[in-house]
Design a protein around this ligand. Structure first.
Ligand SMILES: Cc1cc2nc3c(=O)[nH]c(=O)nc-3n(C[C@H](O)[C@H](O)[C@H](O)COP(=O)(O)OP(=O)(O)OC[C@H]3O[C@@H](n4cnc5c(N)ncnc54)[C@H](O)[C@@H]3O)c2cc1C
Length: 297
């Protein structure tokens, strides 16, 4: 197939290279559009060819099956843009969805703006964070979102204001073939020292609580009625449970870590086993927070 675009197309890209869990087989195409027009062109081509597509940010919340996906995956991390405009009651920042949250927050902190710092150690992109309504330390990205501009599945640009976006816990209404382009956020001026002390707190807590030295996809399961999933998993005696090189972290029971050569199938079997054991021992149904791509059923 001939691609008349400015960006890059990688056929049969192995997702183990592009996800934080470091597992997953090939996708049909991994596409990096160069700019917004290029992205629109890519979507049009995929539509004409009848090839389904999904967006990929930093791949920190997805586990792709070992057989991979007969689909295209579009990564917009090379599309950048940053705009800042002061408004009366505070400050509005509009940023491109491909920004890594860390880099974006660092930039915002340097401008003396507060609101995102508790999300500092989430390793995803801004687009991925909005799609997942990512959050930590009691703050969710939806708390600061003012509007989201995105491309619908016909590659038409649309803008939704916060009131019409039905965010809920770790969930948003954006479908997998919609591309979040940029996000407008309401932030508050604060001294850099104050913001930096929050960031230090976040980093220290993360170091203490999370197995950050091993590949993972963060929390595997959602909290159940406000009770963190790790509590049920820990009480069920599952810490350290291992299938192949996939292991329930000893440090944080809601993390599955890849000890080296885990396969996606090892991880899926471990997820199913945790769900079964927790249901039998605690009577609680756990629901995945991570997205499983390309698994049957
Ligand atoms: C060590 C570790 C710690 C973590 N801690 C937290 C935490 O504290 N809180 C938390 O909420 N999460 C956490 N996560 C999970 C993850 O980082 C977040 O869910 C993050 O927001 C995912 O962003 P991403 O860019 O990696 O998205 P991806 O994993 O690439 O994709 C996730 C979803 O977003 C979609 N998506 C990505 N970009 C776009 C776009 N531009 N437009 C439309 N859809 C898009 C994808 O299609 C997919 O549906 C953690 C993960 C790790 C590995």
């Amino acid at each position: 197939m001939e691609w008349k675009i400015k960006g890059k197309v990688v056929p049969k890209a192995k997702m183990s290279r592009y996800t934080s869990m470091k597992v997953g087989g090939p996708v049909r195409y991994l596409i990096y559009p160069r700019d917004e027009n290029d992205l629109i062109e890519v979507i049009k081509i995929l539509k004409v060819e009848g090839i389904p597509w999904r967006m990929l940010g930093n791949g920190t919340n997805v586990i792709v099956s070992d057989k991979g996906l007969d689909e295209a995956v579009i990564k917009i991390t090379r599309l950048k843009g940053f705009l800042i405009s002061e408004v009366q009651k505070g400050v509005t920042v509009r940023a491109a969805a491909g920004w890594s949250l860390k880099n974006l927050i660092f930039k915002i902190v340097n401008l003396g703006l507060s609101g995102l710092e508790k999300l500092y150690s989430i390793p995803g992109t801004l687009g991925g964070a909005v799609k997942m309504n990512a959050g930590s330390f009691g703050v969710s990205i939806s708390d600061v979102v003012l509007s989201v501009t995105y491309l619908n599945c016909d590659a038409e640009k649309e803008k939704l204001s916060r009131e019409s976006i039905n965010f809920s816990y770790r969930s948003s209404p954006f479908l997998s073939d919609m591309c979040i382009l940029d996000v407008e956020m309401a932030l508050i001026p604060r001294t850099k020292t104050e913001i930096m002390s929050q960031i230090e707190f976040v980093l220290n807590e993360r170091k203490k609580r999370h197995p950050i030295d091993l590949p993972s996809a963060g929390s595997i399961f959602k909290a159940v009625n406000g009770v963190p999933a790790w509590r049920y998993i820990e009480r069920s005696g599952l810490k350290g449970l291992r299938i192949g090189d996939a292991c329930v972290s000893e440090k944080h029971a809601n993390f599955i870590v890849n000890l080296g050569n885990a396969t996606a199938q090892d991880i899926k079997l471990l997820i199913d086993k945790i769900k079964k054991e927790v249901y039998e021992k605690e009577g609680v149904i756990l629901e995945e927070e991570v997205e499983l791509w390309g698994f049957d059923g």
